[in-house]
Write a protein of this length. Structure first.
Length: 422
């Protein structure tokens, strides 16, 4: 049973890994921009994507990717704190106990402090040199050479030991400053020696301020990353959801630190449904007949003819549709629609149901066809007919009609302007 469960997990992970789409972007370090035209990249709703950036030097370049999805509506990395590997203030102070140390030993502390500081500055200087080199090209040989120089300064043979010694140097300087501060009230010697001790204390305090303002473990980490740099960086998988996916990519120079490039782009999804509104004109064949009465020119005066006016045999109405569509492409939607329109010719509301084709993304043009329904006046049962046409009795003063639901066909051209909605 356990083997079966593990097999299922492995297969699921393999399927997930291989089902992700990769978006390749090539960075131009001279122009500080991506070379690709992102308009050609298509996002399918529900799919998982990763962004892969080429031509970057990861020894000093990192990045952030922000992905947000929106619905279309018609209406930082933490700084790593140094780990002191169990080194405590008490351990160093006890080595130079205020009660036991002589002025000669105090001077040795000063000399050792300056030596530690010089080593830290040498680490920084070599790291700066490697950074300037990496700006030009990727060269692991240069990184290897710088590493060996720093190893020689600190007399270590591994990066782990180097990190430990850097932490020790920083801690030593902090404790040395506390030691001199505590010693100052106890100095009772000739003026020359006293002034020298004060000068040493002032220099240690100055050195401590410099050390606190910098992050020397950053230089060790930079040298380490320069030994095995990569030229591509891959984002975490994200899913294309809703109608629009906004991506914000920031390339960051971790060494300075500084922002190299900000890039934002919106990808419109396809392969999913959407609901939109649009307004426009609807051409249709649904119009209302109008009639009038006239005396029939016969010897029979007991009836009147019902005559039809010369009416326009088409209608143009203005109205709106609601569309439920499936996105074939990110700028092509096909679906069904329902709505209503008002005719300026007869003032009647017409109801619309049919299909629609929407073209565009932010600005959409719709081509719509379907069935149109409306209440129209029709002759009622009081109207009779004979060989000469329709007629009513002579007592009738107006054409008798009733409301009848008529149907026809429409062709509509609509437009809508959409906006983002979270």
């Amino acid at each position: 049973m356990k083997k079966l469960l593990m097999s299922i997990i492995i297969i699921a992970n393999v399927h997930f890994c291989f089902s992700q789409e990769i978006i390749d972007l090539h960075y131009d370090s001279k122009k500080k921009e991506f070379k690709e035209k992102t308009e050609s990249i298509k996002f399918k709703s529900g799919e998982t994507y990763q962004v892969k950036i080429h031509n970057v030097n990861t020894s000093y370049i990192s990045w952030k990717l922000e992905s947000k999805s929106y619905i279309l509506s018609s209406s930082t990395p933490d700084i790593i704190k140094p780990i002191f590997l169990g080194i405590t203030d008490e351990a160093l102070i006890s080595k130079y106990s205020l009660k036991k140390e002589s002025l000669v030993q105090l001077n040795k502390v000063y000399l050792r402090t300056i030596d530690y500081y010089n080593n830290l500055q040498a680490l920084k200087s070599n790291s700066d040199s490697l950074y300037k080199w990496n700006l030009k090209k990727i060269d692991t040989g240069k990184a290897d050479s710088i590493r060996n120089i720093v190893f020689g300064i600190y007399k270590v043979d591994s990066l782990l030991k180097l990190k430990r010694n850097v932490n020790l140097a920083i801690k030593y300087i902090e404790v040395a400053n506390e030691l001199f501060k505590a010693k100052m009230p106890e100095i009772n010697t000739d003026e020359l020696i006293k002034n020298k001790i004060i000068e040493n204390y002032a220099e240690i305090s100055y050195v401590l301020d410099i050390v606190k303002s910098d992050n020397y473990l950053k230089y060790v980490k930079f040298i380490e990353s320069s030994l095995k740099p990569q030229v591509t960086i891959m984002s975490e998988p994200f899913k294309a959801e809703k109608d629009v996916v906004d991506l914000k990519i920031t390339l960051i120079d971790n060494y300075k630190p500084d922002t190299l490039y900000n890039f934002s782009v919106s990808f419109y999804t396809h392969g999913n449904g959407s609901f939109d509104f649009s307004t426009g004109f609807f051409f249709n064949n649904l119009y209302e007949d109008s009639y009038y009465l006239e005396k029939r020119d016969t010897t029979v005066n007991s009836i009147k003819n019902v005559k039809e006016n010369d009416n326009c045999n088409f209608d143009v109405s203005f109205g709106a549709l609601g569309h439920y569509s499936y996105k074939i492409q990110n700028n092509i939607k096909l679906g069904i629609s329902m709505g209503a329109a008002l005719s300026p010719l007869d003032g009647k509301i017409r109801y619309l149901v049919g299909s629609s084709l929407l073209l565009g993304r932010n600005k959409q043009v719709g081509i719509n066809v379907g069935l149109i329904l409306a209440k129209m006046k029709a002759l009622n049962g009081e109207v009779k007919s004979d060989d000469e046409g329709n007629y009513v009795s002579k007592d009738v003063t107006s054409v008798p009609t009733y409301d009848k639901i008529n149907s026809g066909f429409y062709l509509g051209v609509t437009y809508n302007l959409i906006s983002k909605k979270k």
